[in-house]
Every structure is written in structure tokens, then in C-alpha cells.
Design a protein around this ligand. Structure first.
Ligand code: ATP
Ligand code: MG
Length: 427
């Protein structure tokens, strides 16, 4: 009989990989808190209606990909497919707008979409995202973009490209929609079947079809830029100018429309040209001035992004070593009196701030030494009954092989000195 397997499209993040996740989180936490972003944690399930209204029924996410079920009270519940809708729900429900003009929030956690699993695409995946809610100033757009770039650069990823567009305001889009439908209708039979279905419902989405023939057709489609109001045009130019002023390179892409209905003005993606294959978008975001109102809150402009962490970590694994937390001591002990004392010694050292792995095997010293060598510890502490009786311990530096005998109390009274020696031994 075979054992129970993880659900298709989910992954265990094992300890050889988890260092990357912790690294990403700590870099993001540092960079975002410097810009006055604060973390928010919302539930991983919400009323289905939140996503239907907040993401839009014509999108793939809502139309095809949601994990929706009835709970025991016959309520329709959905595992969150993305983070923004829940954050905005909390913003409205908890009246966060009463706390100040701009709420700067970030989140990270699992998201769920019923998709065909492949490299960089899972059914449970993780996002790190930020939302700047309350400001319609183009500087807010630039701030969020700059933060995404900062996080990715700090992680050592600079082979990434920023694609930028504006989707204008709803009026611009109404006009553009018509022009686009007029242009595409004669080609209808040549479009891929998804795009044919979208022609009336969500024609802008046809612009980011992955189908080669459709791509060719939309290359010559009218551009939304030609339908901007003067205000939309000015906003778009301001964002570009400010990015340039910050030294952030971008590529204009009139086909970048994002999948979600509530986006207005700025839309952007950060893309890895190599290393990810077809699933190459690491970060997607933009402005969504219509969402808070759509979800029955006050009219409130907002802008944000989400980074797909699995894809980010695939890139990091190709580019760099995850920083590993060093292990200070591996503690070897054997004997009736030594073993209980080793437990106390480990506890004392941990309270002093050292990291200590205690060998629990009770096996021969030789076997324990071999494990000490493999542990990655900087030094090995050895406690036999003779040492236990004299309250001493043998200390062996694992790189140099040098050994010394000391009193156990020294490790506590001279903790600072040992910390420095450990540091030097690792250097
Ligand atoms: P894609 O076109 O790749 O399906 P998307 O437009 O659906 O992406 P968003 O909703 O913008 O993606 O989500 C932001 C980011 O989250 C994506 O750029 C990607 O890095 C990541 N992401 C989205 N769906 C998945 C998934 N099923 N598995 C892993 N990562 C994902
Ligand atoms: Mg998708």
C-alpha cells in the first residue's frame, strides 16, 4: 500500500530550501519597514463574493481557477487566490481609512488557484505583496515600483526587466474597448478560442494572450495610449519621468493589461528573461483606484504589487547560496553522569546566545565525532564522565583540529571571548 501523498500542485518546502524563503522575507521586511510599510495578516479564506466582485468574474482567476466550496453552514467560501481583495476587505471593514491618509501595508502567505501545475505554477503558491491605499499621486506608483526593484536587487537579482503601461481610467477604456473590438472583429476566426470568447466580455485581455497567432494580430491593434484623456496622459508621463529620475529602467509595453478588472492607470510587471521558461513574470502590479469603492468602501485610490515567491526562489537558487545560520557547537557526550550534564550545558550555552546541537544518540564517541564533522558546527564540545566529575569540557575546533580543555563555567563567564573566537574560526 502506498503512503499518503501531498495534493497535486502543492510542495513541501524542505529545510535545504527554507533558508531562501527566510532570506527573502527578512530582506523584504527590512526594505518595506524603512518605507513605513506595515505587515497585515488576513484569513486565507473569505466569502466567495469578495473575489467575484473584487477580481471580476470575467477573469481566469475567478472564472476557472478558484478553490470554492460550501462549508457546513452552506456558505460559499473560497481559498484566497490573491492577497489584494482580502487586504481591501480588511481596510474597509476595520475602517483603516480613519487612521490616516495613506495606509501602507504588506503581506505574505499562501494563495490557491486551480491551475495545471508546472515549473513556477502551483495550486498552492506564495506571494509577497504590498498595497499603498489612499493616495492617487503618481509618486505612490513610483514608490511601490521602486520598492519591488529594491527588494529584487538586494537579493542579487539584476537580470530583470520592468515592463510598464497605463490602462487609463474607465472612460479612456470604454472608448478604447470599442476601437479594439472594431479592429479585432474581422480577425475573429483567427484568434485563439479564449480570445474569441473574450472579444465581447473582456477584449483588453486579448492583448496579453500567449497564443502566437493572436499575438501577431494584436501587434498592430490600436493602442490605449491614443485614447488617453489629457489627465491620464500626464499621469503616465509623470510616472515615467520619476522612474527615470530614480535611475529605474523600464520598457513600455502597450499589451500589458494585467488580468484583473479593477486596475486603472499604471500597470507593470517584472520579468525574468532567462531562468524561468514560460512562467517568467516574477512580479505584477498596478493601480486599482476602483476596488475599494467596488467593495462598498469610500472611493479610495490605491496601488500595489505581488511577487510570486516560488518563481523568485527558483531564480535565487540559480544565482546564489542561501545564507545559512551558522551552528556554533556540536555537543558530544557519553556516560551516565556526562549525558544529563550535557543537557544542562546545552541549555546554559543557548541562554548565552550560542547555537548548540546536542547529540542524543548515546553511541560511541567515534560515531558522534563523525556526526560533529558533518554538522557544519564551528566547534565540538566533548563531555565524558571524567569531564562531568571535574565540571570541565573538551573543546575541539573543527576546522583546525586544535583542542583544549576548559572549565564549563568559562563558557559562561568568558562567553564574549568565545563568541569572538567562533567568529574568527569561521572567517
Ligand atoms: P500568470 O500569467 O503567470 O498566470 P497572473 O497574471 O495570473 O500570472 P498575478 O495574479 O498577477 O499572476 O499574480 C502575481 C504573481 O504571482 C505572478 O506574477 C506570479 O509570479 C505569481 N503566480 C501567479 N499564479 C501562480 C501560480 N499558480 N503558481 C505560482 N506562482 C504564481
Ligand atoms: Mg494566472
Amino acid at each position: 500500500m502506498s503512503g499518503i501523498q501531498a495534493i497535486k500542485g502543492t510542495r513541501d518546502i524542505l529545510s535545504d530550501e527554507v533558508g531562501y524563503w527566510q532570506w527573502v522575507e527578512s530582506v523584504a521586511r527590512t526594505i518595506l519597514s524603512r518605507a513605513a510599510y506595515r505587515e497585515i495578516r488576513t484569513p486565507i479564506f473569505e466569502q466567495t463574493d469578495l473575489f467575484e466582485r473584487g477580481i471580476g468574474e470575467a477573469t481566469d482567476v475567478v472564472g476557472k481557477e478558484m478553490y470554492t466550496f460550501l462549508d457546513k453552514g452552506d456558505r460559499s467560501i473560497t481559498l484566497r487566490p490573491e492577497g489584494t481583495a482580502g487586504v481591501v476587505r480588511a481596510y474597509i471593514q476595520r475602517s483603516l481609512y480613519a487612521q490616516g491618509d495613506t495606509q501602507r501595508l504588506w503581506y505574505t502567505g499562501p494563495m490557491f488557484r486551480y491551475e495545471q501545475p508546472q515549473e513556477g505554477r502551483q495550486r498552492q503558491f506564495h506571494q509577497l505583496g504590498i498595497e499603498s491605499i489612499g493616495s492617487g499621486d503618481p509618486r505612490a506608483d513610483v514608490e511601490v515600483i521602486a520598492l519591488a526593484i529594491d527588494i529584487l536587487k538586494t537579493l542579487g537579482l539584476d537580470n530583470l526587466r520592468l515592463d510598464l503601461n497605463s490602462v487609463g481610467d474607465p472612460d479612456d477604456r470604454r472608448q478604447y474597448r470599442e476601437a479594439l473590438i472594431n479592429y479585432l472583429t474581422p480577425y475573429k476566426a483567427s484568434l485563439d478560442s479564449d480570445s474569441q470568447n473574450r472579444l465581447e466580455r473582456n477584449p483588453l485581455r486579448i492583448l496579453d494572450s500567449k497564443d502566437p497567432k493572436t499575438k501577431e494580430i494584436v501587434q498592430d491593434a490600436p493602442k490605449i495610449w491614443d485614447h488617453f484623456s489629457p489627465e491620464s496622459q500626464t499621469r503616465f508621463e509623470q510616472v515615467q519621468q520619476q522612474l527615470t529620475d530614480l535611475g529605474i529602467a523600464y520598457r513600455l509595453n502597450h499589451c500589458l493589461v494585467r488580468g484583473l478588472d479593477y486596475y486603472t492607470h499604471t500597470a507593470f510587471e517584472i520579468i525574468a528573461d532567462t531562468g524561468l521558461g514560460a512562467q517568467n513574470t516574477v512580479c505584477g502590479g498596478g493601480r486599482y483606484d476602483g476596488l475599494v469603492k467596488e467593495l462598498s468602501g469610500p472611493q479610495t485610490p490605491a496601488v500595489g504589487w505581488a511577487i510570486g515567491l516560488e518563481r523568485l526562489i527558483i531564480l535565487l537558487r540559480q544565482a546564489s547560496q542561501a545564507p545559512a545560520a551558522p551552528l556554533d557547537f556540536y555537543l558530544v557526550s557519553r556516560g551516565d553522569r556526562a549525558e544529563p550534564q550535557a543537557t544542562q550545558l546545552a541549555q546554559m550555552l543557548r541562554h548565552q546566545g550560542f547555537s548548540v546541537e546536542l547529540d542524543l544518540s548515546g553511541s560511541a564517541f567515534g560515531k558522534q565525532f563523525k556526526r560533529a564533522d558533518r554538522s557544519g558546527a564551528t566547534a565540538c564540545l566533548v563531555l565524558g564522565d571524567a569531564e562531568a566529575d571535574s565540571q570541565t569540557v573538551q573543546l575541539k575546533w573543527l576546522v583546525s583540529g586544535q583542542q583544549e580543555s576548559l572549565s564549563q563555567a568559562d563558557l559562561s563567564t568568558k562567553a564574549e571571548e568565545f563568541r569572538q573566537r567562533l567568529h574568527q574560526a569561521r572567517a
